[in-house]
Design a protein around this ligand. Sequence first.
Ligand SMILES: [Zn+2]
Length: 312
Amino acid sequence: MDIPWTVTKTKLGAEPCRVLTVTTMEREIVDREIASMPACDCVVGIGGGQAIDYAKYFSWKRDIRLVTIPTVISVDAFVTPASGLRCKNDVIYVGTSTPDPLVIDYDVIRTAPRELNVAGIGDILSIHTATFDWELAASRGKSEYPFDEESIGRARQLLQSSVFDKIADIRGVTDDGLWSIVEGYMTINTICLPLGHYRVEEGSEHYLFYALEKKLKRSFIHGHIVGLGVYLMSRLQKNDFLRIDEVMNSVGLKYQPVDMGLSRRDVKEALQSLKQFVANRSDLWFTVIDDKNITEEWIETSLEGLSFAPEL
Ligand SMILES: [Zn+2]
């Protein structure tokens, strides 16, 4: 994969662009790096999610124009306003910045590995499990926000039109397939920004990923690990999981644990401790994880169709 990088241009114009390669997203270090850069009137983020998030943060800190040119669409960083940074082991979301313009160059994006662009559907597929979780929370009187059935309907419609109706295009990484993912992200924003939260797009499938990341102290390709979360949590929800499996397999999403170097024990232990993990995190919303028992029998059955990396 290309190294993500950002370019800054000074106000004087006579100076060449400053090029900054992103080597860390640790906020403390990023703050120091930004403080050491000269005055400038524009920051251009070119690359994957980290380069875009870095440029967004830079633009917010300095209150300067942001231009973003994603070279892969594996994550939705280029359409969300907040920047994902790290503070110790945790991901934090800071600031708001909107690109002007956001440049989508299909040929550039297609130079990224196909599987990374396909991974872009992860945060759209998650609507399947996240909307179920919000409905469940509302039915139990546990929704943290005013329940909004219309937003759920719009999110499901977008899942249908951006992913279910575009499987061949996404698999083939055609212009239509790539645009479908970009448009899907933008529509999620138009639903979620007025609501003030991303509950139609984030739920138990993301929480399993947080648990795995915390336990294993390593990062994952977002769309792949979210795909595994959708696979398992749609089973816990008893929520049309065979259809979702078929979509993920048809589109070629790499959601199998073996693709992410996860052993059977890694996934099993994460599921065994998942209820406790979410119970310890007061910032996480009510989902199927709180509502259902996660039994040994359910775990065994749910892991049957998955392929794992060998134990180390
Ligand atoms: Zn996500």
